[in-house]
Structure formats: structure tokens, C-alpha cells
Design a protein around this ligand. Structure first.
Ligand code: IMP
Ligand code: MG
Length: 172
């Protein structure tokens, strides 16, 4: 399995970057009550590691969104659950695996904003600026990457490879 994939970021590099993000986010939200909204499935590993770097208690909920079929090109954005909590007056941080065209998060932001959260920010592990179709404000970013399809650390190709401990580029 690993022979088909070139390593882009090792587990050590990811760990180090998440530590830095955790410190940055802790500084901003330490005195607030923060509600994390983890976007499934891709962000489950990132969110689990990120929240363990926070030095304050945090609430977390999950929302399943799908925007890809089984290929590597962007499809229709589908929000598969009801918004899991009342957002009004809350400080909400969306945790996403990757922002590619921006369509998924742009659609989600438009929906969430209607509920008047006290603040609404985005933390994404990865960003592919070359493929941007819609501008999405990324408040916290792990790594900016080239226009390559990546897998591992929660990200899939056709539902596989989420369990790789590193982030890699599919060969071929
Ligand atoms: P966007 O709507 O085009 O920004 O797509 C965002 C979603 O597409 C992400 O949450 C991922 O689930 C998926 N995605 C985009 N690029 C990749 C990739 O390189 N590998 C795996 N999934 C990706
Ligand atoms: Mg995703």
C-alpha cells in the first residue's frame, strides 16, 4: 500500500504543526466557551489530535458532509445530518481536513451563519489554493499544498487510506 504513495508530511511533521495550531487556538479561545464542529469523515483524526493540544475544556460535535463521489474531482455538496447543536450566541470553530475548491465550506458557512453564532471560524489541516473556485476565510491552517490528490491521516481515496499515519500523494 505504501509503495503506491509518496510521503508529503510525516506523522512527526503533522504532530509538530498540530501542536503549534493547538497553542494558537488555545490563546484565542482559552477564556471563551468553544464549540468545535468536526466535519466527517475526513477530519476525525485531525480533530482528535488537535483538541488534545488545547489547554482548556472544549465541546465537540460532528457533521457528515460529502462532496466527492468515488473519484478525485469535486461533486455536489451534501450535508447529511441536521446541524447538531444550537449555534446562536456560541463561539464555533469548524475543523476540516482540506479546502480544495472551497465549495463545501462555503455552502456550510452560508447555512451556519443564519443561526447567528457569536463567532464562526475555520481550522483546516490542508489547503490547495490552485483549485480555488470560491473564497473561504481560513483562520487556522496546517499546510498549504500543491494541486495533488492526497490521502492519509483521515483523507481518503474511494474510502481507503484514511488510516495512514502520514499524508501522502497518490502515485500515477
Ligand atoms: P471542496 O468543496 O472542493 O473544497 O472539497 C473539500 C472536500 O473534498 C474535502 O473535505 C475532502 O473531503 C475532499 N477532498 C478535496 N481534495 C482532496 C484530496 O486531495 N484528498 C482527499 N480528499 C479531498
Ligand atoms: Mg471533507
Amino acid at each position: 500500500m505504501i509503495g503506491l504513495i509518496d510521503i508529503l508530511y510525516t506523522d512527526e511533521q503533522i504532530k509538530q504543526r498540530i501542536k503549534e495550531l493547538g497553542e494558537e487556538i488555545s490563546q484565542e479561545y482559552r477564556s471563551e466557551s468553544l464549540h468545535i464542529l468536526c466535519i466527517l469523515k475526513g477530519s476525525f483524526i485531525f480533530a482528535a489530535d488537535l483538541i488534545r493540544e488545547f489547554d482548556f475544556p472544549v465541546k465537540i460535535d460532528f457533521l457528515r458532509i460529502s462532496s466527492y463521489g468515488s473519484g478525485t474531482t469535486s461533486g455536489k455538496v451534501k450535508i447529511m445530518d441536521d446541524i447538531p447543536f444550537e449555534l446562536e450566541g456560541k463561539h464555533v470553530l469548524i475543523v476540516e481536513d482540506i479546502i480544495d475548491t472551497g465549495n463545501t465550506l462555503s455552502a456550510l458557512l452560508n447555512i451556519l451563519k443564519k443561526s447567528n453564532p457569536a463567532s464562526l471560524k475555520i481550522c483546516s489541516l490542508l489547503h490547495k489554493p490552485a483549485r480555488k473556485e470560491v473564497e473561504v476565510p481560513i483562520d487556522y491552517l496546517g499546510f498549504e499544498i500543491e494541486d495533488k490528490f492526497v490521502v492519509g491521516y483521515g483523507l481518503d481515496f474511494d474510502e481507503r487510506y484514511r488510516n495512514l499515519p502520514f499524508i501522502g500523494i497518490m502515485k500515477g
